[in-house]
Design a protein around this ligand. Structure first.
Ligand SMILES: Nc1ncnc2c1ncn2[C@@H]1O[C@H](COP(=O)(O)OP(=O)(O)OP(=O)(O)O)[C@@H](O)[C@H]1O
Ligand SMILES: [Mg+2]
Length: 332
């Protein structure tokens, strides 16, 4: 059996002058897993991906992808991985089909195999009737699906996706994730005749996905994830593990008559030491307040809101969302 993880990062570090962009991070990604990498702007996500791909040399530490050392075996790893960079450059003035042809040829695909893979990519991305559309005329969501189609033409075993759904509407993001799920659940089937044990094992599993995102709903859809802040991993595990282990209290959801006003009033009481809450977060028309044993504070919260002319509305203790945990981890 193959016990090597698909990706293994050990003490991975990158410095730019005096500034440490990635600071001794450790993680592994198992085969067939969707691993979400979350962090605010400038936290080191793209720098990490570039080191995982061998596009940037680590200052310290090491990376293995598919059991191979990235620094030493870059040329062996390249054909086995796919990359959608944060600023993936599809050619706007080419049609959908021309873009796929371009990228397919860049991966060394030719003739009937190239045509077969392009047909599969068009089918997967649902772009069959748009082959001759100029890429610039595609909506953001369709462009990202085309970009994903282009990134998997050579059937990579590991896919690195750097904010592939940034700026894409929720329905299109959902459609993109459906494609990812399909990719990880479809066993890889090498067409070459390498009857080695390794290729047989590869057939059993789907693609491994390493994806960076700012969207919490996408984080919830990852099998496992890591939060990165200032170049350090501050939490990692499955969404459930992170929620149960990293939450500094219970979450009380309040539906006040004026949510923004309620946040202001509660924060002021918190600053004055009248309410020992860990977090007060605005969620549209709702407010989440977080503290250990939160129900002890229900009465005080009600009084403080009423004294400011705000109706507290319904209050319910809820399961923390990943966003709650993320905000709590970032501030702790
Ligand atoms: N080549 C470079 N030279 C100097 N500093 C850099 C370089 N590349 C990145 N940085 C800095 O390293 C930090 C991490 O950058 P990185 O692009 O990895 O962040 P990120 O998490 O991908 O952010 P975003 O969500 O905005 O894409 C930032 O402060 C950035 O300015
Ligand atoms: Mg980035």
């Amino acid at each position: 059996m193959d016990y090597q993880p698909a990706i293994l990062a050990k003490d991975l570090t990158k410095r730019f002058g005096d500034f440490t962009a990635v600071d001794h991070i450790n993680f592994n990604v198992q085969h067939g897993e969707i691993f979400g990498f979350l962090g605010p702007n400038g936290s080191g996500k793209t720098t990490t991906i570039r080191m995982l791909l061998g596009l940037m040399k680590p200052g310290e530490g090491s990376v293995e992808v598919l059991g191979l050392k990235v620094e030493k075996d870059t040329s062996k790893i390249r054909p086995r991985v796919g990359y959608m960079s944060q600023r993936f450059s599809l050619y706007n003035d080419l049609t959908v089909l021309q873009n796929l042809n371009f990228y397919g040829q860049a991966y060394g695909l030719e003739n009937s195999l190239l045509q077969k893979r392009i047909a599969e990519a068009l089918h997967m991305a649902g772009l069959e009737r748009h082959e001759n559309t100029q890429t610039r005329d595609l909506s953001g969501g369709w462009r990202q699906r085309l970009a994903l189609g282009a990134a998997i033409l050579h059937r990579p075993e590991v896919l690195f996706l750097d904010e592939p759904t940034a700026g894409v509407d929720p329905l299109s993001r959902r459609a993109f994730w459906d494609l990812l799920y399909k990719l990880v659940s479809t066993p890889l089937q090498p067409e070459t005749n390498q009857a080695s044990l390794e290729s047989e094992m590869r057939e059993q599993r789907g693609v491994t996905v390493f994806i960076t995102t700012h969207y919490m709903d996408e984080a919830e859809h990852s099998h496992r994830l890591a939060f990165i802040q200032h170049g350090k991993i501050i939490a990692s595990g499955s969404p459930i593990e992170i929620k149960t282990q990293k939450m500094p209290g219970d979450v009380l959801e309040i539906s006040p008559s004026d949510a923004a006003g309620a946040v202001k009033v509660l924060r002021s009481a918190q600053n004055d030491g009248k309410l020992p809450l860990n977090e007060i977060v605005l969620y549209g028309s709702l407010v989440h307040v977080i503290a250990p044993d939160i129900l002890r504070h229900e009465q005080a919260i009600t009084v403080i809101l009423q004294n400011s002319g705000i109706q507290p509305g319904v209050m319910t203790v809820i399961e923390p969302s990943l966003e709650d945990v993320f905000i709590a981890c970032m501030k702790s």
